[in-house]
Design a protein around this ligand. Structure first.
Ligand code: AP5
Length: 206
């Protein structure tokens, strides 16, 4: 199955994507993760993307479309994949439609106060990418015992900007995909396990 996850920053796309791909046996393609890795590795793409990401702006469409197109051409994507964080502009969605046929688009819906709470308390392991929240009281990464840190784009100014960018540039995709009969709205505000169950049900996979 070829799935797109839509939703504002902090909706839980990354957290839920991990569970869904484990269940369906397909790869998770997170453009945010690919770009953050490129920044850590100081590649040309990373150098180009860094200033956009840190201030909470979108990386230019042509850069992201190229990354996704190359990634989806790899062998492990033949049997399906889950796109987490792409597309997030109309031009990206239109470009995707020229080379792929998506089966379902899951739209995770979460109220803004909860998004801000999730993003301001999110902590990540710089070594393995494990993501958690200060509410869970974890002091070190439970997977590799490294320190947990805050993403630069989770600073308050950057979060504010990301939410505006979502409203202006990404939200129009909800109507775009609804118009194609692909949209599955899912309440993302509940407990982790309940949201996972709701997504699987929406995909007809329970
Ligand atoms: P990206 O990494 O995609 O960030 P995002 O879309 O802003 O999404 P987030 O990672 O912030 O949130 P999420 O929905 O994955 O939530 P999470 O599961 O972590 O992109 C980063 C940047 O890269 C962009 O701003 C842009 O610059 C660039 N970029 C990426 N793709 C691009 C594209 N296509 N075009 C252009 N630029 C692009 O959860 C958040 C927190 O909540 C965590 O702490 C988690 O533990 C907690 N949580 C989640 N679910 C629950 C729950 N049910 N209950 C309690 N806590 C929960």
């Amino acid at each position: 199955m070829k799935i797109v996850f839509l939703g504002p920053p902090g909706a839980g796309k990354g957290t839920q994507a991990e569970k869904i791909v484990a269940r369906l046996g397909i790869p998770q393609i997170s453009t945010g993760e690919i770009l953050r890795r490129a920044i850590r590795e100081k590649t040309q793409t990373g150098l180009e993307a860094q200033s956009y990401i840190e201030k909470g702006a979108l990386v230019p469409d042509d850069v992201v479309v190229r990354i996704v197109r190359e990634r989806l051409a790899e062998e492990d994507c033949r049997g399906g994949y889950l796109l987490d964080g792409f597309p997030r502009t109309l031009p990206q969605a239109e470009a995707l439609a020229t080379f792929e046929k998506i089966d379902a688009v899951v739209n995770l819906m979460v109220p803004q106060e909860l998004l801000i709470h999730r993003l301001s308390g999110r902590r990540v392991c710089a070594a393995c990418g494990y993501t958690t929240h200060v509410d869970r009281g974890e002091e070190k990464c439970p997977k590799c015992a490294q320190n947990l840190t805050q993403r630069k784009d989770d600073a308050p100014e950057s979060v504010k900007n990301r939410l505006v960018v979502y409203e202006e540039q990404t939200k129009p995709l909800v109507d775009y995909y609804a118009g194609q009969g692909l949209l599955k709205n899912v309440d993302g505000a509940g407990e982790l396990e309940d949201v996972t169950k709701a997504i699987l049900a929406a995909l007809g996979c329970n």
